[in-house]
Write a protein of this length. Sequence first.
Length: 132
Amino acid sequence: MKIVHSFSVTEELMDQALTEFRREAARENRGRRGLQRRYSPTLRAQAVEYWRLRQREGDGLRVVATALGVAHWSLFRWVHASKEQPRFQRVQIVPPVAAASAPSLVVTIAPIGARVEGLDVEAAAKLLTLLR
């Protein structure tokens, strides 16, 4: 009984998401047909999220694109664009510690790895283990 109930909830959520996407797409594209249709970043994100839900249920990209009313190549591009990492990441610059007795320690963490200055190898390894 519980499995059927959770499935129907998931199915109901997917139906609501589909209905909402189609309504918003129609509103944004009033009067546009075919290749003239454009989709806002918000709608693209909704389409990608809907595709992910349907993919978990075993549906393919073309089936989902047809349900959404978009070209399959458009949905394909949106899905792949959503996987890209942003080129820039937020950093925080903090003033150095004023205490003269504190050793100079610099830790830089970036997407490609971490850099630690001012510690021996063993202490740096322990620090990086704690930061994970």
